[in-house]
Write a protein that binds this ligand. Structure first.
Ligand SMILES: Cc1ncc(COP(=O)(O)O)c(CN[C@@H](CCC[C@H](N)C(=O)O)C(=O)O)c1O
Length: 425
């Protein structure tokens, strides 16, 4: 369409609105992204339902967003840091792009005890979502990837954006250059590595979002062995590790040899309620070397310094307070609250004869509705019970026929949702 000068009424609205076109072609990578990113799509459906049913009391168990207040000791640390900025002696400008030393040390000493993870291997950030994209920038776009199927959509979508995924096969809803490692009840949600082709990168989330499955020590040993045998790198997301209640490893670095093949990305969002505060970290071990022997940590440091100016000093003060005895104790109580919610949801769906997974090592339950598409189930539960969930297909083709239900809600909402579900499903 050329820039239009006359505005005859016969032209369509859009044509009339187009006054001027640049000569810039759209990125072919962004063109090959499937419709919208999953979570804004859920929000759109939520708003559309509320517009149609203005008096309905919508219960939101879709997006995994925390709901319980952050403990005072943590918010006071942030408030104190914020107020100090208005004093001559307390004012601080740019901090180290890699994060404040005391916070890096607290993360290393609290969460990586005995794993020989050093504070300089920890890069504090504004969240795991952002770090997933920074790790994507670090790694050449020609490198091949494998993903769990189903899994958090951020890995696939950021791979598409950097041009690593190839074109989308509309029929199978799979990207041609991604290896999908099926994770389902039949294989205890762990891929059959003997049948998995070699890829350069292996994204692995444990506890997994959305299935809630935490890989066992033996499984992670297999994964590290598999990566070592193939010269691959594991990009391990431990955003939900604090919810693990059994003896499953909380970090890939609990596995001997993992420091030579893995990067770990994690977050304060789920264990500290920092979803809106924004704080995460990534561990890049010094032992992780490219094929040419160059240490990857140096390139990641370069990416962080070039593309990120460091996490907020106010937020980092809050992050540090999370690791105080009082802070961590209070956060554990909040996580216990969410896990009680998960137990109520598991019992609700089981009482309805549904196969339910997860809810033990993570704040999501994964419910199977054989014979129905996940969007059909999503719509049924929304329209009949005014409850928002997430359709499993949004996490990959392996999610079809499932829905994910978040336990992050207020207790009264979880109990009301339980009552409604048993009535309408
Ligand atoms: C496995 C895993 N890794 C990273 C993240 C994001 O962590 P971050 O908050 O950036 O530190 C999440 C958050 N996922 C939630 C929030 C999604 C909605 C948010 N807009 C987003 O797209 O991240 C969900 O699955 O409902 C995750 O599950």
């Amino acid at each position: 369409v050329q820039p239009s000068t006359n505005h005859s009424s016969s032209k369509s609205d859009r044509e009339q609105r187009i006054e001027y076109l640049t000569k810039i072609p759209r990125s072919v990578n962004l063109e090959s992204l499937q419709n919208g990113y999953l979570f804004p799509e859920i929000s759109t459906r939520e708003s559309e339902y509320s517009r149609r049913n203005p008096h309905a009391r919508l219960i939101k168990l879709g997006i995994g967003d925390t709901t319980q207040p952050i403990p005072d000791i943590i918010t006071s640390a942030m408030a104190e840091q914020a107020l100090a900025l208005s004093t001559a002696q307390g004012y601080k400008g740019y901090g180290p792009e890699q994060g404040n030393r005391e916070l890096r040390r607290a993360i290393a000493e609290t969460l990586y005890q005995g794993m020989e993870v050093k504070e300089n291997e920890i890069f504090v950030s504004d969240g795991a979502q952002c770090d997933i994209s920074r790790v994507q920038m670090l790694l050449d776009s020609s490198l091949s990837i494998a993903l769990q199927d189903p899994t958090f959509p951020g890995y696939a979508d950021s791979s598409v954006i950097v041009g690593r995924a190839g074109r989308l096969n509309a029929g199978s809803r799979k990207y041609k250059k991604i290896v999908y490692m099926k994770c389902e009840p039949e294989n205890n949600f762990f891929p059959n590595l003997s049948k998995t082709p070699r890829t350069d990168l292996i994204f692995f989330c444990s506890p997994n979002n959305p299935t809630g499955s935490a890989a066992s020590r033996q499984q992670l040993e297999q994964l590290v062995e598999f990566a070592k045998a193939n010269g691959s790198i594991i990009i391990y997301d431990s955003a939900y590790a604090a919810y693990i209640s059994d003896e499953s490893p909380r970090s890939i670095f609990e596995i001997p040899g993992a420091k030579e093949v893995a990067i770990e990305i994690s977050s304060f969002s789920k264990f500290a309620g920092f979803t809106g505060v924004r704080l995460g970290w990534t561990v890049v071990p010094e032992e992780l070397l490219y094929a040419n022997g160059y240490p990857m940590i140096r390139d990641y440091d370069r990416i962080v310094c070039t593309c990120f100016n460091g996490a907020s000093n106010i937020v980092q003060a809050g992050g540090l307070a999370c690791f105080s005895a009082e802070g961590f104790g209070a956060l554990k109580r909040t996580m216990g609250y969410y896990m009680e919610n998960a137990k109520i949801l598991v019992e609700t769906f089981e009482s309805m004869g549904k196969k339910v997974y997860g809810g033990k090592n993570g704040p999501y339950v994964w419910v199977h509705f054989p014979g129905l598409s996940s969007w059909q189930v999503f719509n049924q539960i929304l329209e009949r019970a005014a409850i928002v969930t997430v359709p499993g297909i949004g996490f990959g083709p392996g999610g079809e026929g499932y829905i994910r239900v978040s336990a992050f809600g207020h207790r009264e909402c979880i109990l009301e949702a339980s009552r409604r579900l048993t009535k309408v499903l």
